[in-house]
Design a protein around this ligand. Structure first.
Ligand code: SAH
Ligand code: SF4
Length: 350
């Protein structure tokens, strides 16, 4: 019964101002109320009509009956020793959505890692999300609302957004693009502070390049050869290494935005000096930055191990030497103790 009531209410999160205006007029309120509500949703992160004190009590009662400020509900919140927070939300249909909030530079900057799907079809063997299989695409509002909700709970302003939670964003292309617009125009986070990470869905990379959104595009490469990548990122069987690198060059030509190459460091799998050389040649003419990700264990039985610090350093140095001249960073680990680190999101909570 209560579920039915909820689903009959109109979710105001993610509506444009004209859409909000039509809605408030349809329930008998003045048109200018729309802009007031909009301001409270996006500048004050309100999720409760009672907070909107410039509406009359009567107007708030009408709104509570007919509408809701967002559809996600909080199921769990965990805080890591390093301050990283992991949130488990539920959609109105009961699907679980995981998001992570990270603090950098002595708490002055906040990054959100958000999910675009429930589960993921790509099935990379080292990723906990991949083991869930594909469950569902999230809507644009469900994707963007994760940020507004985390801002509401934490009372912090989020500066950076990465699409690196559950899901392959470019397999949910239309909703992801719409969500970027909500995050940019309504929540107000600049496009240059938004990163979309993909396993390499080539036709979507082409479309995204044509949109020229000025976001950062990151490719999860993880191996410079088809043989290695077919195993680590199985989507490679459809879109092989050479083609995906060509699509990134086109992306750069269209947008003038340097891309990021992500490379998870797996001991004795893809971390040899020889692989670093091969990678260097592969991306020699690509305008890119390389981000090495120390592997995070997904469960005690998994067959992968993290590369040693010495090997990660050696790999990095090869890519930085003059013939390749790449900028290379090593990703700082966050939230490992609460399974909130890269690749550990699998709807498991303490
Ligand atoms: N599906 C997208 C975005 C989500 S994953 C993609 O694959 O790009 C974000 C990053 O974390 C990807 O580079 C992914 O390969 C990496 N990752 C997945 N599992 C990991 C693990 N166990 N340890 C470290 N990084 C992992
Ligand atoms: Fe999907 Fe990315 Fe995990 Fe691969 S690494 S299974 S593409 S979420």
């Amino acid at each position: 019964m209560s579920n039915l009531e909820t689903s009959e209410k109109t979710n105001l999160f993610g509506l444009s101002i004209p859409e909000l205006e039509d809605f408030v007029v349809s329930i008998g309120l003045e048109k200018f109320r729309a802009k007031q509500i909009y301001k409270w949703i996006y500048t004050k992160n309100s999720r409760d009509f009672d907070e909107i004190t410039d509406l009359s009590k009567k107007a708030r009662e009408i709104l509570k009956e007919k509408a809701q400020l967002g559809e996600l509900t909080l199921i769990a919140r965990e805080i890591s020793n390093d301050g990283t927070e992991k949130f488990l939300f539920a959609t109105s249909e009961g699907e679980k959505v995981e998001s992570v909030l990270m603090y950098f530079d002595d708490q002055s900057s906040h990054s959100a890692c958000i999910s675009s799907q429930v589960g993921c079809a790509v099935a990379c063997p080292f990723c906990a999300t991949g083991t869930l299989g594909f469950k569902k695409n999230l809507s644009a509002a469900q994707i963007a609302e994760q940020i507004q909700f985390m801002q509401n709970i934490s009372d912090k302003r989020i500066d950076n957004v990465v699409y690196m939670g559950q899901g392959e964003p470019l397999n949910n292309y239309d909703n992801v693009v719409k969500s970027i617009n909500i995050i940019r125009e309504d929540i107000g986070i600049g496009v240059r502070h938004i990163t979309v990470s993909t396993s390499g869905v080539i036709h979507r990379i082409e479309q995204l390049g044509d949109l020229d959104l000025q976001i950062t595009l990151a490719l999860s490469l993880h191996d410079p050869t088809d043989e290695g990548r077919d195993f680590l990122v199985p989507i490679n069987k459809k879109w092989p290494v050479f083609e995906v690198i060509e699509s990134l060059k086109d992306y750069y030509n269209k947008t003038n935005r340097r891309v990021t190459i992500e490379y998870v460091m797996l001991k004795d799998v893809n971390d040899s000096d020889e692989k670093a050389q091969q990678l260097g040649y592969l991306i020699k003419d690509l305008h890119c930055h390389v981000n090495l990700i120390p592997y995070n264990q997904t469960d005690v039985h998994d067959p992968f191990q993290r590369s040693s610090n010495a090997q990660i350093k050696s790999f990095k140095n090869i890519l930085m030497k003059t013939s390749f001249n790449k900028t290379v960073t090593i990703r700082k680990e966050r939230g490992h103790d609460i399974n909130a680190a890269c690749g550990q999101l699998a709807n498991k909570h303490a």
